[in-house]
Design a protein around this ligand. Structure first.
Ligand code: NAP
Length: 266
C-alpha cells in the first residue's frame, strides 16, 4: 500500500530513541523528508547516523521543548533546512516522578506537565501555521494507555497524557475543514529507554534481572496486556506513520490504542 508520503515533510520530536526514532525510520522509508528533534544534540546526531536516508531527506536539530526560545530557534532551523512542514509527530516525553499523591511534590508535577503537556503546546504554537497553510496537514500526539486508565503511583504522567488527549480532540474540531487532521496514539509498555529505566529500577529493588522484572510487571501490573510481552517501538511507529499518511484521510480526532488490550475497561 502506497501511503502517499513522497514529497511530504515531517518533524518528529523525541526522535533520538524509542518510538520517535522508529517513526523517523518508517517515514523515511515511505519517502518523506524528515526533521528529527530531541533534547540532546550528541544523542540526536548519533541516532541520525544509524539511519539510511538520501541526501537532503534527513535533518537533526536539538531543542528543549520546555523552553520557548529553544522551540523558536528550532522553528527557524527547520524552515531554513526544509521550508514548511506538513506533518508533526509529538513524541517527546518524560515519565516523571513515581509515588503516591502524597509522595510527589509540586516540582514533580510541574516538570512532568511542562514537558508532556506544555512542551507539546509550545511546539504546536511554533509549527501550527505550517500545518494549516497547505490545505493538507497531519498532527499526531503520543499519549498513553495511562490517559484513560490512571495508575495511582504515577499520577503526574497520567494527568499529562490525559490532557494531551483532550487537547488533540479539541484541535481535531478546529482545523479539520482546512485539511489538518489531528489524532493520538496510546501505547502501553513498549520496549524503549523509558520502560528500560522503569524495569531496571524494579529489578534493583527486587534483586532480579531486567527480564524477570518485565515478567513480574506484566503479571502484577499489566494483566490485561493479552500478548504477554512488551511492545516494540516499530509496532507503535506503524500506526503513527499510517495516521501521518494520505491513507488516513478520513481519520480525525481518533485515539489509536497500541497496547495489546491493556485498557481493561474497553
Ligand atoms: P524515550 O525513548 O525516552 O523517548 C522520549 C524522548 O523525549 C527522549 O529521547 C527524551 O530525551 C525526549 N525528551 C525528554 N524531555 C525533553 C525535552 N524537554 N525536550 C525535548 N525532548 C525531550 O521513550 P519512548 O517510550 O519512546 O517515549 C516516546 C513517547 O511515548 C513519550 O511521550 C512517552 O510518554 C510515550 N509512551 C511510551 C510508552 C512506553 O511504554 N514506552 C507507553 C506510552 C506512552 P532524553 O532521553 O534525552 O531525556
Amino acid at each position: 500500500m502506497d501511503l502517499g508520503l513522497q514529497g511530504r515533510t515531517a518533524l518528529v520530536t523525541g526522535a533520538d530513541s524509542g518510538i520517535g526514532l522508529a517513526t523517523v525510520k518508517l517515514l523515511l522509508a515511505e519517502g518523506a523528508t524528515v526533521v528529527m528533534s530531541d533534547i540532546d544534540q550528541q544523542a540526536l546526531e548519533a541516532a541520525a547516523t544509524t539511519l539510511d536516508a538520501q541526501e537532503g531527506r534527513l535533518h537533526a536539530f536539538a531543542a528543549d521543548i520546555t523552553s520557548t526560545s529553544s522551540v523558536k530557534a528550532l522553528k527557524e532551523q527547520v524552515f531554513d533546512a526544509v521550508g514548511e512542514i506538513d506533518i508533526l509527530v509529538q513524541g517527546a516525553g518524560i515519565h516523571g516522578p513515581d509515588g503516591l499523591f502524597h509522595e510527589i511534590d509540586e516540582e514533580g508535577w510541574q516538570q512532568t506537565l511542562d514537558v508532556n503537556l506544555m512542551g507539546h503546546v509550545r511546539v504546536l504554537q511554533a509549527f501550527l501555521s505550517d500545518l494549516r497553510s497547505g490545505g493538507w496537514g497531519r498532527l499526531v500526539f503520543v499519549s498513553s494507555e495511562d490517559a484513560v486508565q490512571p495508575y495511582d503511583d504515577e499520577l503526574p504522567y497520567c494527568a499529562s497524557k490525559a490532557a494531551i488527549l483532550s487537547v488533540a480532540r479539541g484541535l481535531s474540531r478546529t482545523y479539520a475543514k482546512e485539511g489538518l487532521l489531528v489524532n493520538t496514539v496510546s501505547p502501553a509498555f513498549i520496549a524503549t529507554p523509558m520502560t528500560d529505566e522503569m524495569m531496571d529500577k524494579l529489578a534493583k529493588q527486587r534483586s532480579i534481572s531486567r527480564d524477570e522484572a518485565i515478567q513480574a510487571f506484566l503479571e502484577e501490573e499489566r494483566p490485561f496486556m493479552e500478548l504477554g510481552r512488551r511492545g516494540e517501538p516499530e509496532e507503535v511507529a506503524a500506526v503513527i506513520t499510517f495516521l501521518c499518511s494520505d491513507r488516513a484521510s478520513f481519520v480525525n480526532g481518533a485515539n489509536y490504542r497500541v497496547d495489546s488490550g491493556a485498557v481493561a475497561t474497553i
